[in-house]
Design a protein around this ligand. Structure first.
Ligand code: CO
Length: 183
């Protein structure tokens, strides 16, 4: 028997992570837990904490990615819901028994080092579903990816983009307060 433990995250496709954070982080007040470049999915993701679950903002970084096509066709919005299960192999076997169309017939390593598998919306009444099983290797994989990203940023001698964007947002907010302050 396999069972669903909780909703791990709800993913939303956006065309601009920074302006999405204007709502999700600044207006709604969710805390950003991590931001990750996921080259194998050609996207950048930001995770925001909400109790025991998270909101995942996904921005495609290449024209040929599935997420890009989704954004282009349907616009920004809900992309998938991820359920944490206690045993992903058992869950997938059960799906197969029920004739469910699986995008990943076998689990793959996804964002954050998570062991996951996607289920086709055709079998779920229109919602892309992700299954996720917590494994002991996950923190290790996540750490390795964070190091790899840090090395890449260092190698390119880039300024940390987030700080620049914060700075620009500060400037913009100050400017718009002056323009729209009618008191
Ligand atoms: Co996801």
């Amino acid at each position: 028997m396999s069972s669903v433990i909780r909703i791990d995250h709800v993913a939303i496709v956006v065309d601009d992570i920074d302006s999405a954070l204007d709502f999700w982080r600044d207006a709604l007040g969710l805390e950003v837990t991590h931001v990750e470049d996921v080259p194998e999915q050609q996207s950048v993701v930001a995770f925001l904490l909400t109790g025991e679950s998270e909101v995942e903002l996904v921005k495609p970084t290449a024209d040929e990615s599935g997420v890009y096509r989704y954004l282009h066709k349907r616009g920004p919005g809900l992309h998938h819901i991820c359920f944490q299960v206690d045993n992903i192999e058992v869950a997938l076997a059960k799906m197969r028994k029920h004739g469910v169309r699986l995008i990943n017939p076998e689990p793959v390593i996804g964002t954050g080092g998570k062991r996951i598998a996607f289920i086709h919306p055709e079998s779920t009444h229109g919602v892309l579903i992700e299954l996720y099983e917590l494994t002991y290797q996950e923190p290790e994989i996540r750490l390795a990816r964070a190091r790899e990203l840090a090395d890449r940023v260092r190698a390119q001698g880039q300024v940390v983009a987030a700080n620049v964007l914060e700075f620009l947002r500060g400037l913009r907010d100050t400017a718009s307060e002056e323009i729209f302050d009618d008191s």
